[in-house]
Ligand binder design. Structure first.
Ligand code: NAI
Length: 286
């Protein structure tokens, strides 16, 4: 039986979410997506116009397809959480049922049970500000979009996971070590995500017999990373200082995600897996 996956956090073919989708599809999984509402129109039209076709080719010659594409905003749990200024915003109006609970209801209706849940999203409105200059509002927004969103997703999608299923998210070294420039509470959000991975692995393991892991990825020039502003420097730094001197491909993260979600990793849970050419191990750059 082919496995079924739901991936939140794909809005183009440049980020980790896309690469994870592709590697899971290579392994035979059926993929459904939750796409951030403001990015959905452009994603769907680019997809239809063939803009991603070069990156859709699978090894067997077929093209990556998505079974379902749902609008989702991971900062809203239920319809009551959506403030009027969002509901009436022109990028949201016309979309329905984009809160986490409603997206899970749609997936349950259309797909039923799933095996794999992927959280590949983050947002921190003040990411360019040092922590010392971050507002309470910006800090809490970073935690809401980047950390609590995993808890919210597991609450609602957890009951859809088959026993033996797997959950993964994406984290960054800045949650464990100081990375100047990764501000706005995003470092705090990744620290929370890594700690929550352990607690959720325990709770969801006991409750549904599913595994929860997170991948700490090296730098990638995705759309989100470009918004931070220093990604080219980080890629260069990694190239110069990591044990393995090569640029990281998003598909390398996709492959590890496929491994972590497969029975090959049936005893791995609550783990922060570094996929960063080994950069995290260095204490002194040479
Ligand atoms: P990306 O831009 O491809 O993915 C981020 C996605 O989050 C986008 O599709 C965006 O639409 C979505 N998103 C933002 N706010 C949302 C919300 N409220 N609800 C639903 N979706 C929302 O960028 P990337 O880099 O692939 O990011 C994926 C994950 O990888 C993030 O957790 C990021 O922190 C993590 N990561 C990225 C690194 C990098 O260097 N690019 C390094 C380590 C971790």
């Amino acid at each position: 039986r082919g496995k079924k996956a739901f991936i939140a956090g794909v809005a183009d073919d440049q980020g980790f979410g896309w690469a994870i989708a592709k590697q899971l599809a290579e392994a035979g999984a059926e993929i459904s997506l939750g796409v951030w509402v403001p990015a959905l129109n452009i994603f769907e039209s680019s997809y239809r116009r063939g803009k991603f076709d070069a990156n859709r080719k699978l090894a067997n010659g077929s093209l990556l397809e998505f079974a379902h594409i749902y609008p989702m905003d991971a900062v809203f749990d239920t319809p009551e959480d959506v403030p009027p200024e969002i509901a009436e915003n022109k990028r949201y109006a016309g979309n329905e049922g984009y809160t986490v609970s409603e997206a899970a209801e749609k997936l349950a209706r259309d797909v039923g049970k799933i095996d794999i849940l992927v959280h590949s999203l983050a947002n921190g409105p003040e990411v360019q500000k040092p922590l010392l200059e971050t507002s309470r509002r910006g800090y809490l927004a970073a935690l809401s979009a980047s950390s609590y969103s995993l808890i919210s997703m597991l609450q609602r999608f957890g009951p859809l996971l088959n026993p033996g299923g797997a959950v993964i998210s994406l984290t960054y070294l800045a949650g464990a070590r100081v990375i100047p420039g990764y501000g706005g509470g995003m470092s705090s959000a990744k620290a929370a995500l890594e700690s929550d991975t352990k607690v959720l692995a325990f709770e969801a393991g006991r409750k549904w017999n599913v595994r929860v892991n997170t991948i700490s990825a090296g730098p990638l020039g995705s759309r989100a990373a470009k918004a931070i502003g220093f990604i080219d420097d980080m890629i260069k730094y990694s190239y110069e200082n990591a044990p393995i001197q090569k640029e990281l491909s998003a598909y390398e993260i996709g492959s590890v995600a496929a491994f972590l979600c497969s029975p090959l990793a049936s005893a791995v849970t609550g783990h922060v897996m570094y996929v960063d050419n080994g950069l995290n191990t260095m204490g002194l750059a040479l």
